[in-house]
Every structure is written in C-alpha cells, then in structure tokens.
Ligand binder design. Structure first.
Ligand SMILES: [Zn+2]
Length: 122
C-alpha cells in the first residue's frame, strides 16, 4: 500500500487533523458533542473519512463496557479518537459503527480561517 487516496470534504463545516490538515468529518455528521476523551471534550460523528483503525480493545467506560478501536490520521498517523465496534448495554447500541474525534486533536477548518485569516500563515 504505497499510495493512499485522500478524500476532501466540502460543506458548511469541516473538521480536520490539527497537525497535517487532512479532512476527517463534516459538521453535518455530528451526532453529539457530549462526550469526553483522553484530552477533554470529544465529538460523536456518524461518519468520518481518512482514518485507519487500530486493534480491537475492550474498554470499560462511564457508559459501560465497549469494544472499540482507536483511530489514527491516515496521513500523519496521529491518534485522533476511537470508533465503537460493539456496545454491551442495550441503550448504548446506537454508538456501534460511529466515531469519536477528540476536540483537542482536530480543528474546524472554516471557523478558524474566518476568525483569523493570518493564522498559521506567518
Ligand atoms: Zn494528520
């Protein structure tokens, strides 16, 4: 696997890797902002792109035991969140197949450019 296709997203809001700016998700795919990750606030997305998943891991979380896989930026390989493979509690099943991105490790492309167009260009 030498060459990998990168998907570019377009829409009202795009979240991207803070380090290499690879696009991950659209704001329209946000299901909930009420999550907490290793680095603080985290966001639950129904769909994301340009990540690869690590090994399955069984974790005990505040909402019960889940099988999860950490996810990493496809380009720079940095940890950015996790995906839910399986939930054991009935009321947590809706998370299966969805993705958590850690808010500290991603940035909102359009919002940051509109706040300060000079940001990161000096
Ligand atoms: Zn990256």
């Amino acid at each position: 696997m030498g060459y990998m296709h990168q998907t570019f997203l377009d829409g009202k809001g795009v979240f991207a890797c803070r380090d290499c700016h690879t696009h991950f998700a659209l704001r329209s795919c946000i299901e909930s902002r009420q999550y907490t990750g290793q680095y603080g606030r985290a966001i639950l997305f129904t769909d994301i792109v340009n990540v690869r998943a690590g090994e399955e891991d069984k974790r005990s979380m505040t909402t019960g035991v889940h099988i999860v896989r950490d996810i990493f930026c496809m380009r720079c390989n940095k940890y950015v969140g996790w995906t839910y493979v399986k939930a054991f509690e009935i009321d947590q099943k809706f998370k299966e197949g969805k993705f958590i991105l850690e808010r500290e490790l991603i940035y909102d492309v359009k919002r940051e450019f509109s706040v300060d167009p000079e940001l990161n260009w000096t």
